[in-house]
Design a protein around this ligand. Sequence first.
Ligand SMILES: *[C@@H]1O[C@H](CO)[C@@H](O)[C@H](O)[C@H]1NC(C)=O
Length: 398
Amino acid sequence: MKSRRCHRNQLLFTFLLFFSQKTELLTAEAFTGTYGINYGRIADNIPSPDEVATLLRAAKIRNVRIYDADHSVLEAFSGTGLQLVVGLPNGYLKDMSANASQAMSWVEENVQAFLPKTSICGIAVGNEVLGGGDNELWEALLGAVKNVYKAINKLGLADSVQITTSHSQAVFANSYPPSSCIFEENVAQYMKPLLEFFSQIGSPFCLNAYPFLAYTYNPENIDINYALFEKTNGIYDMKTDLHYDNMLDAQIDAAYAALEDAGFKKMEVIVTETGWASRGDDNEAAATVNNARTYNYNLRKRLAKKKGTPLRPKMVVKAYIFAVFNENLKPGPTSERNFGLFKPDGSISYDIGFHGLKSSSADSSLLSLKAVQARGLSKSYILILTISAAASFLFLKQ
Ligand SMILES: *[C@@H]1O[C@H](CO)[C@@H](O)[C@H](O)[C@H]1NC(C)=O
């Protein structure tokens, strides 16, 4: 009798423990569609955040990432319904890791203060830290992630604000064929505890994936059609008996293979950056308007299918495009300043079905846009937006 009761208590205890763990580790989902966009702002000639909010709504792009938590953007996005992921820049990581109260202040001032009118649904803690040049940041990343999560949890926001960090492909070794991909040896010791924590809080693995770069570094050995989602023989992965007809799917499956090898078979991969430059230096021959249009047009179609990859057919591919605008103040090769779907004046860089902020009759319509927005969008204006967006989305059904 006694032992049975004991057993029952133990069961109850186990259940409570399970339950309390569940409630302690609330999880949020930041990416609700399949097509999002990065709103980079390293430029002195791009439209105001209010105009950008109008542009994105007209294009029906709801999921947006910024690289900081600029208050003018957070205010402009208030009441728009845009789902925003804010960034905690790398420069903050050491402080946030060393001092939990700094993480709390940052979250209070840059996230909590704008909720719920601005839909901040995620915080990207650092960008491309592991595999990057600063080893002290590698050390600080997990501590910063934990302190930001603790702050979110304490404020009761853990079920609405998701914590992530994005990785470049520098964290991988052997990404060809996809199934042979593993984490770089020197990265793995930092990556595994990070993945352990993300799996506890239900966060995905965030990947910045650029077929453009892979092709640019290795044009002799890669069919550009494979990188551009065009007709191609593709590649065959002998180990898994899977065929790939485009490079982005292969890059995503390489990440799944590395996660599985590290013991995280169930973790979802989302693409937090991908894109193609429309202009480049002499050694970036693939950076042309035509290739950028082809990549971004085909990518839109690929994402609109809401399908998984060969290795993970049930995990629908989700990606944030890089980026809204060409950014004239970005350092580095010419391609870096030419990833935008839109030019600084708000017109389209090339046609993939989106409409620019201004066609030629421009400035007056911009002014009236702002006036309308100041009053809150009038019904007739919303109708116009809807019709113009619907026209471009007929074939995509997004
Ligand atoms: C942590 O930050 C808070 C507020 O920013 C500051 O008052 C405190 O002295 C810091 N603690 C340490 C250990 O640095």
